[in-house]
Design a protein around this ligand. Structure first.
Ligand SMILES: [Zn+2]
Length: 322
């Protein structure tokens, strides 16, 4: 069984345990630090904030967290390392890129006007997967890709193809961002068409769609679906996520689903001032929401410990370990 690279070095799949498959340390859009009024943190302050918030998951037995931040969402490997040291959690870091409208750095935009960037993206992903990320000595353990709402732009297609090639050579999983689950079947088809084994693909944010027919159109391709935005009722209500999950579990798909919250300890930039109705719609959003609120509700509905264990332990181990 192959080794899995984390912020503090390789681990075996047996060491993963309960795993949150899609979280972040911070949420930071490209350009946040250009705002002269952005919030600054003293050295170590941000790591302490992240470690305190994420460390809460240990009360529920979590051992491993995937930091799904790609290059362009201020992925910060030094932060991952310090948080891993402070908490004792395994943190799996990503290489890859976010979707065009909220990611695509001007640097890549410029280069893509002059050449086909697929080959150089592949080279860069490979470097981070096999040599390391910057001077951190940390190798990426997962590849993150993303697509737009209702479309895969030509740029995003290049990123997916570069990721597919790097996946085939390294064997690491690909985890995706969809906009509320749109383009799930298309992402799966594109990646599988490029030669990626379906069992190495997690189509993310599929819990933004309550249609069982739609869910099965993705699951039928052999990939995993991420129910990974619990608590973000602002985007889609938890009660519909729950109903959809219970439906899929009733159909016997516990072995195709992973759970997470897409949470961050902080949003970088100016402090966010949200209207009351928005605050109410994200009031439950935390790293521990699944354990505190969702799992008890699932159990009340008849979901078994074995099904929950399959989604939180068995599937992550199989996806990463093979
Ligand atoms: Zn995310």
């Amino acid at each position: 069984m192959s080794k899995i690279n984390t912020a503090l070095g390789p681990i075996s799949a047996d060491q993963m345990g309960i795993t949150l498959m899609h979280e972040h340390m911070v949420l930071a859009y490209p350009g946040w630090d250009l705002d002269p009024l952005c919030q600054h943190f003293e050295p170590g302050e941000l790591a302490a904030i992240c470690a305190e918030a994420l460390g809460e998951v240990k009360k529920y037995g979590v051992k491993t967290v995937v930091d799904a931040s790609p290059w362009d969402l201020w992925r910060n490997i030094e932060l991952d390392k310090i948080v891993a040291e402070k908490t004792g959690l395994n943190i799996i870091c990503a290489t890859g890129l976010y979707y065009e409208a909220e990611g695509m750095p001007a640097y890549i935009k410029f280069r893509s006007q002059l050449m086909d960037i697929t080959a150089e993206l592949y080279e860069s992903f490979m470097h981070e997967l096999t040599v390391g990320i910057g001077k951190t000595g940390v190798k990426a353990g997962v590849i993150k890709v993303a697509t737009s709402h209702g479309s895969i732009t030509p740029y995003e297609e290049k990123v997916l193809k570069a990721a597919a090639k790097a996946q085939k050579e390294t064997g690491v999983p690909i985890t995706t961002h969809t906009q509320q689950g749109t383009m799930g079947p298309e992402q799966a088809a594109l990646l599988i068409g490029e030669g990626v084994k379906p069992e190495k693909i997690i189509i993310g944010h599929m819990c933004g769609n309550a249609s069982l027919e739609y869910q099965m159109s993705v699951i039928d391709k052999g990939v995993y679906v991420g129910f990974d935005r619990w608590g973000i009722d602002y985007l889609f209500p938890d009660n519909l996520r729950r109903a959809t999950l219970i439906g899929l579990l009733g159909l016997g798909f516990a072995d195709r689903i992973v759970l997470s919250q897409d949470c961050s300890a902080r949003t970088l930039g100016r402090p966010l001032v949200m209207p009351d109705f928005v605050q109410a719609l994200v009031a439950n959003w935390s790293y521990t929401h699944i354990f505190k609120d969702i799992i008890p509700q699932l159990k009340q509905a008849g979901v078994t410990n074995a099904q929950i264990g399959q989604m939180l332990v068995g599937n992550p181990k199989r996806i990463f370990g093979g």
